[in-house]
Structures are given as structure tokens and as C-alpha cells.
Design a protein around this ligand. Structure first.
Ligand code: AMP
Ligand code: ZN
Length: 468
């Protein structure tokens, strides 16, 4: 398989550190709000990458963090007059619901920054001991950027250029840095903020250190793939490399993968610009699988513009696959018999589409071309099956299309239609579970309904539901 590596700016053959195993880390969201569909792009594309690697037989150890200590979380906690953990735990739970709806598999481990402070202090101490970091008078610890000779290798930036840019950005309080390029590893506590004791001052970690530490703890010092959105290349991933390689004395990640932005009106969708739709907004209007299909309809390194037209096209594309699957299942109900010779030849031809699918995925996870191969297969199925097809032939075609859809994480089998009364009964069961504070059961029921295309909305007037 070939992967485009941001580090070398080339497509490279993927060779794992340990045969048969993949160690993969994907930077996750900062949890202070419902995630928007821009945040869902890396979740969906790297989940698809993982599914493909697993399909090829790799054992994938997939780690994705939640950043649960951050200025924005603290601000929201102050606004609501609650503890910061109330905010982060709430939005981690909401994020997991969105991931589940979008068929993003749970990571092997979802570490949280606040649970890993000890490891962060240890790595910071190692960096100080090795001369790569220093504590300023007020207890802030900085990474000594120029001490890491390869700084800039991921973003392909030159240190002197960077310094020129940074000087004009100098803000107050930063004059205690040895060099404007140095970045924060640990910062002193401010009134009312969460803080931890440390040898330098009571305070909290800078953002970048958490990923270096969690990646090391759950995957080891040297990993195969590190991924995230392209806005993370600089400074986040550049700083992660500096911290990890300076502390461990080993190359950090072998392949760096970055997805391009999801845009709206040709601008990056982002919380700060306010031009976003949450995943929740979208899955109230569309089947979550339509959103997943839409994300996969472009190569992950191409920008993708969100629009109602493209969502309609995604809905139609998904429907085409679903109709072919439903037709096969319908024909199978009355079909019987073993495969005939001419069907064997047809099946061999159909396998060619699976080969095209694989070739597309092998080429830097090209899901757009992989989807085209699925459409070719669907077209082939539509024109080569009928009431006289044998059961074995139909089943083989069905298995093939379901396997490909499953690699893409797309549910394409027709959902069993629920009757209104059954829905109401399940909603009542969920309400009862919530009353008893059995949130796990309540969430399970919500998911069960979602899987059958029923979207719930908790409103002041009670629970409302609709068919997606
Ligand atoms: P954040 O919560 O902003 O740290 O973002 C979490 C993940 O979503 C990171 O990998 C970001 O790069 C990614 N991301 C944020 N906005 C977008 C967007 N508009 N398009 C694609 N990826 C994004
Ligand atoms: Zn990260």
C-alpha cells in the first residue's frame, strides 16, 4: 500500500515497524462543544484507513485522544458555573454518540489529557534534563526549539523564516523566553483554572505535550502512522516531533497523514468562524450514512466543499447501492441451485471490481475511486442478475458488495421498518432507563433506533422523533 507522507512529500510504500501490526495515532477533538462536520472528516477518513488495514489482515492498534483541558473548555465551564470536567465529560459522551452514528469504530484506546498528567511531567523533566527545555522564573516551562536540529522537517519550514514571522507576533509575557521560537510545555495556574502540582509551578500542560506522551504510552516510542487535519501540521505536529524525538532519541512516526479541509463556501469550516454545521444538525436531516458517503466521495487530501447538492448526490449514490443490495436479497428469497458455468465467468468478472477497489485503496486510500469501483460492481449486478440466477451466484455477488461497503463503513442493507408503536415503546423504555440513571441502556436504545433510521431529539416538551 502506498501512503502520501507529509514528512517526505512523497507517496511511499507502507512498511510497518512490526510485520502484521500497525500502530496508529489520530489527534482527536477538543471537547467543549458538539463536534462539527469538519471535525468528522479526519474521524471518518482515518477510520476507513483503519478498516482497510484490518481487512488486509493487520492488527491495528488505533489511539485517538480527547483534549479535555484547554482555554475554551475552561471558558465554557465558567459560563455555566460548573467544573471543567462536567463540560469535557458531557462533550466526550456526545462525540462518542456522533462517532457511533457515523460508524466510526471506537479507538483501541481513547486517552484523555487530564488522565495523563504524570506522564507529561515525566517527559517534560526528561526534556529539561537533556537540555531541550527550561523553566522560566514564573515556572513556565518552554521547549528550546533551536536545540532540536530537525525542527521544521514536517512543515518544511526554515527556522530563520519562522523566527522572522514570530518576532512580530511577540505578545506580553513572552519576553521570558530565551528565543521567540520556544513553545510552552507547562504553564502556571490562573485563578479558577484546573491545575496540577509540578516541580516548576502549580499549573497545567501546554497542548502539544499530551499527544507525545499518550502516543508513547499506548503505542510505544516509535509508531507507524500519525494523522490529523492539515491545520495540525504546524505547529502541533512539528512540536510533537520535536518533543518526542528529543526525549526518546528515536524517530517518532514513520508516516504522517493529513486530511484537507472540509469547506463551506470555499472557506474552512471552523468553530471560530462560526460557519459550521454540527454532526447532530446534519444527522437530523440525513441518514448518518449519507454524511459518511459524502466524506468518502473525495480523496482525503482534496478539499471538499459542503453543499446541499453534494449531499443530495451522496444520498442518491448510497440509494443506488442499497437498491442493488435489496434486489439481490429479494431474488435470493426464491432462488436456488448451484452456480452455472456462465455465472462462474460472470463472477470472475465481478471480482475484477473488487480488485479495482483494492487498487484504489492501495493508492493512498483513494476512497473516491474505491466508490467508483463499487458503482461499477452495482451496475454489473443490475445488468447480470434476474429471477433465473442461481442462489450461489447471487449470494457471492451480495457478499462482495457487502464486503466492500463494510470496508468503507457504509451500512447498505435495508433497515427493517419500525412501526410507530414500536418506536414509542422504545422511547418509553429509554425514558425509564434515564430516570433510573441507567444512561448506558438509554444510549443503547437511542443507538438501536438510530440504526433503524429513527432520530431522537430531546426537547423541553419531551422526546420528539422522526425518520431520517
Ligand atoms: P480541533 O477540535 O479543532 O482540535 O479539531 C479536531 C480535528 O478536526 C483535527 O484533526 C483538525 O485538524 C480537524 N478539523 C477541524 N476543522 C476541520 C475542517 N474544516 N476540515 C477538516 N478537518 C478539520
Ligand atoms: Zn495531537
Amino acid at each position: 500500500m502506498k501512503i502520501y507522507n507529509t514528512l517526505t512529500k512523497k507517496k511511499e510504500e507502507f512498511v510497518p515497524i512490526e510485520p502484521g501490526k500497525v500502530r496508529m495515532y489520530v489527534c482527536g477533538p477538543t471537547v467543549y462543544n458538539l463536534i462539527h462536520i469538519g471535525n468528522a472528516r479526519p474521524m471518518i477518513v482515518f477510520d476507513t484507513m483503519r478498516r482497510y488495514l484490518e481487512h488486509k489482515g493487520y492488527d491495528v492498534n488505533y489511539v485517538s485522544n480527547f483534549t479535555d483541558v484547554d482555554d475554551k473548555i475552561i471558558k465554557k465551564a465558567v459560563e455555566e458555573n460548573v467544573d471543567a470536567t462536567v463540560i469535557s465529560e458531557r462533550y466526550i459522551a456526545e462525540c462518542k454518540k456522533d462517532m457511533e452514528a457515523l460508524h466510526v469504530m471506537p479507538a483501541t484506546t481513547h486517552p484523555q489529557a487530564t488522565q495523563e498528567i504524570e506522564g507529561m511531567k515525566e517527559m517534560i523533566q526528561t526534556l529539561i534534563d537533556k537540555g531541550h527545555a527550561y523553566a522560566a522564573a514564573d515556572g513556565t516551562v518552554y521547549f528550546r526549539t533551536r536545540s532540536f536540529k530537525e525542527y521544521g522537517k514536517l512543515s518544511h519550514k526554515n527556522l530563520d523564516e519562522l523566527e522572522g514571522g514570530k518576532r512580530s507576533l511577540l505578545v506580553s509575557g513572552e519576553d521570558q523566553k530565551e528565543d521567540p521560537l520556544d513553545f510552552v510545555l507547562w504553564k502556571p495556574k490562573k485563578e479558577g483554572e484546573p491545575a496540577w502540582e509540578s516541580p516548576w509551578c502549580d499549573g497545567r500542560p501546554g497542548w502539544h505535550i499530551e499527544c507525545s506522551v499518550m502516543s508513547k504510552k499506548y503505542l510505544g516510542e516509535e509508531i507507524d502512522i500519525h494523522a490529523g487535519g492539515e491545520d495540525l501540521v504546524f505547529p502541533h505536529h512539528e512540536n510533537e516531533i520535536a518533543q518526542s524525538e528529543a526525549a526518546n532519541g528515536k524517530p517518532f512516526a514513520h508516516y504522517w497523514m493529513h486530511n484537507a479541509f472540509l469547506n463551506i463556501d470555499n472557506r474552512k469550516m471552523s468553530k471560530s468562524l462560526g460557519n459550521f454545521f454540527t454532526v447532530r444538525d446534519i444527522i437530523e436531516k440525513y441518514d448518518p450514512m449519507v454524511l459518511r458517503f459524502f466524506m468518502l466521495s473525495a480523496h482525503y487530501r482534496s478539499q471538499l466543499n459542503f453543499s446541499a447538492e453534494l449531499m443530495e448526490a451522496a444520498k442518491n449514490g448510497l440509494d443506488r447501492i442499497r437498491t442493488a443490495v435489496a434486489n439481490l436479497q429479494f431474488l435470493l428469497q426464491s432462488a436456488a441451485g448451484e452456480m452455472r458455468v456462465e455465472e462462474e465467468a460472470l463472477l470472475a468478472e465481478a471480482k475484477g471490481f473488487a480488485d479495482s477497489f483494492d487498487a484504489a485503496m492501495e493508492d493512498d486510500c483513494n476512497t473516491a475511486d474505491a466508490l467508483s469501483a463499487v458503482f461499477e460492481l452495482v451496475k454489473f449486478i443490475n445488468s447480470n442478475t434476474n429471477e433465473s440466477s442461481s442462489g450461489t451466484f447471487l449470494q457471492a455477488l451480495l457478499d462482495e458488495v457487502l464486503t466492500l461497503a463494510d470496508i468503507l463503513g457504509l451500512a447498505v442493507e435495508k433497515k427493517e421498518e419500525l412501526l410507530d408503536a414500536d418506536i414509542e415503546a422504545l422511547i418509553e423504555k429509554r425514558q425509564a432507563a434515564r430516570k433510573e440513571k441507567n444512561f448506558a441502556l438509554a444510549d443503547q436504545i437511542r443507538q438501536e433506533l438510530l440504526d433503524k433510521g429513527i432520530v431522537l431529539e430531546d426537547t423541553r416538551e419531551g422526546v420528539k422523533w422522526k425518520r431520517a
